[in-house]
Design a protein around this ligand. Structure first.
Ligand code: HSE
Length: 577
């Protein structure tokens, strides 16, 4: 029995047109990860690379070795698996590549158009015990003699459906550049065709016009296996299964969401780049900055030194990533009062004023989301909330400050403390005022937010006992490392019958302990449920891309809730209140 829901997502060349599309795939994967799923991401070669590789093979004429052709074409998928894995790593999402050998994907039949016949299920399960994502190059398998084989044109669909079926996945979604399957080709008529909510395998085969590989559809039908087809970031998949057809009643609203951005520093610039990559989805109304002279690609006409102009602009959503208590708190307050959704990564503001601001958001019928405030790309608030609602939380313990973790690792290597801190600042992990990292207050702010979600009520950061690492003897860290111990700044919370107790402080942990394995800016939370299980949440907890990933996940939640008929469920699932 798996303790997590498993989703297989397939990204084809129509979605991965170039490397610039990889972050969008990462956003999609992270959306599922933060909803508590483990994900198997099956990828096709990027853009036209399969055609290009095929042309290179054909340059040697007809009748050449099919094994050599298959091996050459397979490099397209292995390249895109490696690139997606790099993009996931940059975003701070823990994953691993299982190529066709490690996945044990065996095939039979013609080398270039073979049938899959088995995978090593336990290899996948082992990988997913500790990691959130497994990346699989689609289209490619191995014959019994170990030679490379291909699953035919469009074979990545077949890999995804086969792997999902073999693993008994909870969901298998083929992500396409169209949002599901239509009753006829939208380009062939003036009238807008209806989009299927549900359709049969036979209809999918007839109607998908090659969008879904026939072999994949037939394999699903033979095994009575349901799978979905949808666009990126969609809540309206077409489910292909054995049930009678149903249609969606309305098209989702595709108007871009108008976003005002406060801050274009470490995190803000990451968020800007992500938003700007999707002009069809996001219209940026203004960017509040400290300096207008910049050489980072932010358009001058959007920049303003006056953050109030951004709040007052024609935006539906304000993203606050300037940090600090003032004026961030007033800006958030003003935006909520003006009926705008707010997304922030500001743990300082939320840990001090969360109660008032949540009430203000509720009164104005808007959302206040702050996933990026805790754990970066480790979805700690979401996981703690889910467990609190289902199994209850007995205790929490973890590394929630990337800067101090990074510094402690450098001290263990013998680097002087000042140099380690400068390095953490250079890499964009530290706060504007790094004393709040070192003295444990950043960790205390995050623990206060976790406590609110875990136990309800409010725990003010001042109620958290706190010792930092600013006076911790650097030589002692180095000595401990030689003795097989690591020093970690741990945030802990006990939710007992006598109430909630919370503290932050340095502790020695054994080299094999999961917290000792939490390296550099990584964060890790150990959650003890009331039902006796222990659940871990891991990911990079500081820096531009992990924090921007969490902010974007909130942005996509707002985006979906603004435009679809079924958004309420997702909204509730993604909301942190
Ligand atoms: N300064 C924080 C840290 C940034 O190092 O964890 C992420 O909240």
């Amino acid at each position: 029995m798996r303790s997590y829901p498993l989703t297989v997502l397939k990204f084809g060349s129509s979605v991965l047109r170039s490397e610039a599309d990889l972050p969008a795939a990462v956003h999609e994967i992270y959306r599922w990860v933060r909803n508590g799923h483990r994900v198997i991401a099956v990828v096709s070669a990027i853009g036209n690379s399969t055609e290009e590789l095929l042309a290179r093979a054909h340059a040697f004429g007809q009748g050449v070795s099919e094994h050599a052709v298959a091996t050459l074409l397979a490099t397209g998928e292995s390249t895109s698996a490696a690139l997606l894995s790099l993009a996931l790593d940059r975003a701070g999402i823990p994953g691993v590549i299982l190529d066709e050998v490690r996945l044990g994907l065996r095939t039979r039949g013609p080398v270039l158009n073979s049938e899959p016949c088995g995978i090593d299920v336990s290899a996948v399960e082992r990988a997913l015990e500790t990691l959130s994502v497994v990346v699989v190059p689609g289209f490619v398998g191995r014959q019994d003699d170990g030679t490379v084989s291909l699953l035919g044109r469009g074979g990545t669909d077949l890999t995804a459906v086969f792997v999902a079926h073999q693993l008994g996945a909870d969901c298998c979604r083929l992500i396409k550049d169209v949002d599901g399957i239509f009753e006829y080709d939208p380009a062939s008529s003036e009238r807008q065709p209806r989009r299927y909510r549900i359709l049969t395998w036979a209809d999918a085969d007839r109607l998908s016009g090659g969008i879904v590989q026939s072999k994949a559809i037939h394999l699903a039908e033979r095994n009575n296996f349901a799978f979905e087809v949808a666009a990126l970031n969609s809540d309206q998949p077409s489910l292909i299964c054995g049930q009678p057809a149903e249609f969606y009643e309305q098209q989702p609203d595709s108007k871009p969401l108008r976003v005002g951005l406060l801050g274009a520093g470490t995190v803000g610039l990451g968020v800007y780049r992500y938003l700007a990559a999707h002009p069809e989805r996001f219209h940026i109304t203004g960017i509040g900055v400290r300096h207008r002279e910049r050489a980072d690609g932010t358009p001058r006409e959007l920049l303003t030194l006056n953050p109030w102009e951004v709040v007052d602009s024609d935006c539906e959503l304000v993203v606050e990533v300037i940090g600090g208590l003032w004026p961030a708190k007033e800006l958030i307050e003003a935006a909520l009062k003006a009926g705008k959704h707010v997304i922030t990564a500001n743990k300082l503001v939320i840990s001090h004023w969360g109660h008032e601001l949540r009430a203000l958001a509720a009164r104005n019928g808007v959302q206040l989301l702050y996933s990026g405030a805790v754990g970066g790309a480790a979805p700690m608030l979401e996981q703690v909330r889910r467990i609190a609602e289902t199994r209850g939380i007995r205790a929490l313990s973890g590394v929630v400050n990337g800067t101090t973790n990074f510094i402690l690792d450098r001290l263990a290597d013998g680097m002087p403390r000042d140099e380690a801190l400068r390095e953490a600042q250079r890499l964009g992990f530290a706060e504007l005022d790094p004393t709040t990292d070192l003295d444990g207050s950043d960790a205390a702010h995050k623990l206060a937010l976790l406590a609110h979600v875990a136990c309800g009520g409010g725990l003010h950061p001042n109620q958290i006992e706190r010792t930092g690492i600013e006076h911790f003897d650097a030589e002692a860290v180095h000595e401990a490392a030689r003795a097989g111990l690591s020093v970690r700044l741990l945030a802990t919370l006990a939710n007992g019958s006598d109430g909630v107790r919370a503290c932050v402080g340095p502790q020695f942990v054994d080299r094999d302990h999961v917290f000792a394995q939490t390296r550099n800016e990584e964060n890790c939370l150990e959650i003890h449920t009331q039902t006796g299980e222990v659940v871990y949440v891991r990911g990079k907890g500081a820096g531009r891309w992990p924090t921007a990933e969490a902010v974007m996940a909130d942005v996509f939640d707002v985006c979906r809730s603004a435009r679809t008929e079924v958004a309420e469920d997702y909204l509730t699932a993604g909301r942190v209140l």
